[in-house]
Design a protein. Structure first.
Length: 286
């Protein structure tokens, strides 16, 4: 593929959602790679057949939303087995999951719930990651969450918690710069200091997305809703991440108020141009 300012176009991808599948297979637009939610393709039928067809045309990454790596109950055997079969069939470029939990008492909750960053939680999450990586036979990238509250007892800063998981398990990291910006605004944190605390060599993917601004009890709150174009302030954090991590595989997610495919692809082009300008300027400065 071509490059812009020395940045290779295959670095930039989009999150593929069901309404765009038919158009993508028919038009075969130029895009570096695609990411899908693993749980949508664990069964058979039309969805599985479409993913097989997509995989023949594009590199694909699997992004999990249900492994519940933060669960004190451990990982569900059946869910992990389904993911293992999907990974074997698709041979994805990358596999990622969230630093969260979503299972309690055998019931799946329709949300990615936060956990306190304690030594006990660190040990449990590390054990769950070890089990997942052993079953899958590959590295799993762990995504930082968006945050809306503080736990009363959570003594380990999030970026340090992620760095500790890397050291203990050999996992990689998925750096979601929109989540960093949302959390920083909601909890009065420094997004650049957060980036600086992550182990740069372990970041294997970057996510970009839109967010919504609302008010709760009269106070402003940002919500990571993936329902709009990437905000200018998030592009700024993205460029800072590129300066820290280099030309990492970058993806634009859009799940709510889904635009047409051309608009989504245009966001990936914006990522490519931002990366080219940032890395070119960085090279000139050296």
């Amino acid at each position: 593929m071509a490059s812009v300012g020395g940045v290779r176009s295959e670095t930039f991808g989009i999150g593929l959602r069901a309404p765009h599948v038919a158009e993508l297979l028919a038009a075969r637009p130029v895009v570096g790679w695609l990411e899908v939610h693993a749980e949508n393709y664990m069964g058979g039928g039309t969805a599985a057949a479409e993913l097989d067809a997509i995989r023949r045309q594009y590199p694909v990454s699997l992004h999990g939303v249900g492994l519940s790596l933060g669960s004190a109950e451990g990982i569900d055997d059946a869910h992990l087995a389904r993911l293992e079969r999907l990974v074997e069939r698709i041979e994805p470029a990358r596999v990622s999951e969230h630093l969260s939990w979503s299972v309690s008492g055998g019931s799946y909750l329709n949300d990615l719930l936060p956990l306190p960053y304690t030594e006990e939680a660190l040990a449990q999450v590390a054990a769950n990651i070890d089990r997942a990586q052993t079953a899958l036979g590959r590295e799993v990238l762990i995504e930082n969450p968006s945050r809306y509250l503080r736990f009363r007892h959570s003594p380990i800063p999030e970026a340090e918690f992620l760095a500790a998981l890397v050291r203990r398990t050999g996992c990689g990291l998925l750096c979601d710069v929109n989540n960093i910006f949302v959390s920083a605004q909601n909890l009065n944190l420094d997004p650049i200091a957060y980036l600086d605390a992550l182990p740069a060599a372990s970041v294997g993917e970057i996510h970009l997305a839109g967010h919504a601004a609302v008010r709760r009890d009269g106070e402003p709150l940002l919500i990571d809703d993936h329902g709009s174009a990437v905000a200018p302030a998030v592009w700024t954090v993205y460029c800072a991440a590129l300066r820290r991590f280099g030309p990492v595989a970058s993806l634009v997610e859009w799940d709510k108020n889904l635009p047409d495919l051309a608009t989504l692809l245009g966001e990936a082009v914006k990522a490519e141009r931002n990366a080219a300008a940032t890395l070119h300027a960085d090279a000139d400065a050296r």
